[in-house]
Design a protein around this ligand. Structure first.
Ligand SMILES: [Zn+2]
Length: 217
């Protein structure tokens, strides 16, 4: 520990214990551990690593990737990759509205096609979005849709155009938490030299969402 007994250590302790610590909730937390309401799981890691939950905190207090070298980024991207690839997405055919299916992202083919009409205009949306196919059908029949439905349709259209050009890769990006089609456009537009860069970029987009949602909710 290079910062041991340095001013950085004392300042960090002061900040954590004096400024940041929520004493009431911390006490409650300890009490619940004691009462076995919360169970602790200890992971014995052979490599020096850092929990994905701790990473945003580490990133925030230590600027400019100072600690990044100590954290094997490979295991981090592996964690993100596994999470995204095992996420289930809802796929809706925008061409005819004749397909509404749920698939695991990692099991998708590179190009996603509607099993009914073979169209590649397939929107990837969140699991609970069970209204999209109905909106698509109404649009095709030139029936009236509400403003909200029209917005949902436009989002789906953007999603489908990304799926058409980037295929499975687009589905991976959009399965990130809070990563909608408009954020996905930015991630997909960037050039990623390695697969790690690609997954780290998705993580950044997720963090951006987590950071800003406080203002939107
Ligand atoms: Zn179709």
């Amino acid at each position: 520990m290079i910062f041991k007994e340095s001013p950085i250590e004392s300042e960090t302790k002061r900040e954590v214990f004096v400024e940041k610590l929520d004493l009431e909730h911390a006490k409650d937390f300890v009490r619940r551990i004691r009462e076995n309401v919360i169970s602790l799981e200890i992971v014995d890691e052979t490599e020096p690593t850092c929990s994905p939950f701790a990473l945003p905190i580490v990133d925030k207090i230590i600027p400019h990737d100072l600690l990044r070298a100590a954290i094997p980024s490979k295991s981090l991207t592996q964690i993100i990759k596994e999470r995204l690839l095992t996420t289930r997405v809802r796929l809706v055919c925008l061409y005819k509205g004749d397909w509404d299916g749920i698939r695991v992202v990692g099991e998708l083919p590179e190009t996603v096609k509607c099993p009914n009409c073979r169209s590649t205009l397939i929107a990837a949306t969140y699991l609970g979005d069970d209204g999209l196919a109905k909106i698509v059908k109404r649009r095709i029949r030139h029936q009236k849709v509400s403003n909200e439905e029209e917005q949902a349709y436009k989002r789906a259209w953007l999603s489908a155009s990304l799926m058409q050009t980037s295929g499975k890769k687009a589905a991976i990006v959009m399965s990130g938490r809070g990563v909608g089609p408009s954020t996905a456009v930015r991630v997909l537009r960037r050039l990623h030299r390695t697969e790690d860069d690609f997954y780290i970029d998705i993580l950044k987009a997720e963090r951006e969402y987590a950071r800003t949602r406080l203002f939107w909710d």
